[in-house]
Write a new protein. Structure first.
Length: 401
């Protein structure tokens, strides 16, 4: 490990003083078109250059023409008529190919080493000396190849990489899809825009957005969005399964659906007030009980084929039909077995109706009255005959239009 003395620009403890030295950043990579280079002042190799605070990098082109450094025609090949003089030395970083170069600033000190045996090639090591805290922003990227082919140019699509960039204000951890992976997965933090996202770069996304006060989760066909004080769920099918219980508590609940189907072994509804509006409805209930209630029914037509059970257990009105009756004082003769035009109400004999004999309580009463009437000579048994005929006759049926 090298320990540098920043006061005297010297290196010790395991370093080779003949090969290693200190360089001062004089021209940054941003000033060199973002190439992986630094313009360094290296006092050890720039003897005679008088560096002063406030100096700026400079490049000077000189043209040599009409004169020779050496008056010998055989020496022309050693000289160039175009000469560029710099007050810094261009040095490349000695980096692992999978690690990016930091953003060095003017004044940073880096370790410079000779990386070849004939002492021709300089390189600076990828760290500085006691200057990291003086930088405004920086960046770092490390990656490994993730493709089955060798000798392939590396990009963010075919590598596993981690990127830290305080200049662009992002932190990214990403995988690849080029090596047979199911999907490329990315975790990205964008504090500049207040967002964190997890995605498979295909269909699945989870995002937190601080500026929008929102958390959103998406699949190929569903979305769950929590934004401010509202939660929105969107999908073709949404299932809520509570193994023991599902509780919903709210001030108001609105359900808008083309079809609603409710199924329960035991259902209980408690309402302070209830309104039901429907264009068409159908009730199919085996047993229904209404207690302690007042009921008002307003209908244009009403049909009931259910026998009504009296308090004594006997059936009364086994079948009746009541329709709109605007004026019962204007009866109209039946037409084709019906009561007639709209507004009429008639009683007529129904051959298919239940005989009166099916009413055992009523028939004995009528027979007793008839027997008393028959005791009078003038009756001559006509009352009993009338009861017998009535008992076996069809009941009267009320019909209306």
């Amino acid at each position: 490990m090298r320990i540098a003395d920043t006061n005297f620009n010297s290196i010790s403890l395991g370093s080779d003083s003949n090969r290693d030295t200190i360089g001062i950043v004089f021209k940054t990579s941003a000033e060199l078109n973002n190439r992986p280079l630094l313009g360094l002042i290296i006092p050890k190799f720039m003897i005679g250059y008088d560096f002063r605070n406030g100096d700026k990098p400079s490049d000077t082109d000189l043209k040599i023409s009409g004169s020779k450094c050496i008056n010998d025609e055989s020496c022309k090949k050693f000289w160039d008529t175009d000469i560029n003089i710099k007050n810094y030395i261009l040095v490349r970083p000695y980096l692992n190919q999978n690690i990016s170069m930091p953003l060095y600033t003017v004044g940073d000190k880096v370790i410079v080493t000779v990386i070849d045996n004939d002492i021709k090639t300089l390189a600076f090591l990828p760290y500085s000396i006691n200057r990291l805290g003086q930088r405004a922003t920086d960046k770092f990227m490390a990656s490994v190849p993730a493709n089955p082919k060798e000798n392939t140019s590396l990009t963010e699509n075919n590598t596993y990489f981690i990127k830290l960039d305080s200049k662009a204000k992002v932190l990214i951890l990403s995988t690849s899809k080029e090596n047979g992976e199911t999907a490329a997965q990315t975790i990205g933090m964008d504090p500049g825009n207040g967002q964190i996202a997890i995605t498979d770069n295909d269909k699945l996304v989870w995002m937190m957005d601080t500026n929008q006060d929102a958390i959103t989760s998406k699949t190929s066909g569903t979305t769950i969005e929590q934004k401010s004080n509202a939660i929105t769920m969107t999908g073709d099918i949404i299932n809520l399964n509570g193994e023991s219980q599902v509780n919903i508590k709210t001030d108001a609940m609105n359900v808008d659906s083309n079809t609603i189907k409710s199924k329960a072994t035991d259902a209980k509804y408690e309402y302070d007030s209830f309104t039901h509006t429907s264009q068409m409805g159908k009730w199919e209930v085996d047993t229904e009980e209404h207690s302690n209630m007042a009921m008002a029914v307003k209908a244009s037509t009403y049909h009931n084929d259910t026998p009504i059970i009296g308090l004594n257990g006997n059936t009364i009105f086994p079948s009746f039909t009541i329709g709109a009756v605007p004026n019962i004082n204007v009866p109209v003769a039946p037409t084709a077995g019906l009561s007639g035009p709209q507004g009429s109400m008639l009683m007529q004999t129904d051959p298919g109706a239940v005989p009166l004999v099916k009413f055992p309580q009523l028939v004995p009463i009528l027979r007793a009255i008839a027997s008393a009437a028959d005791s009078y000579p003038s009756g001559g048994g006509s009352a009993s005959a009338a009861v017998a005929q009535l008992a076996n006759a069809a009941t009267t049926k009320m019909m209306s239009s």
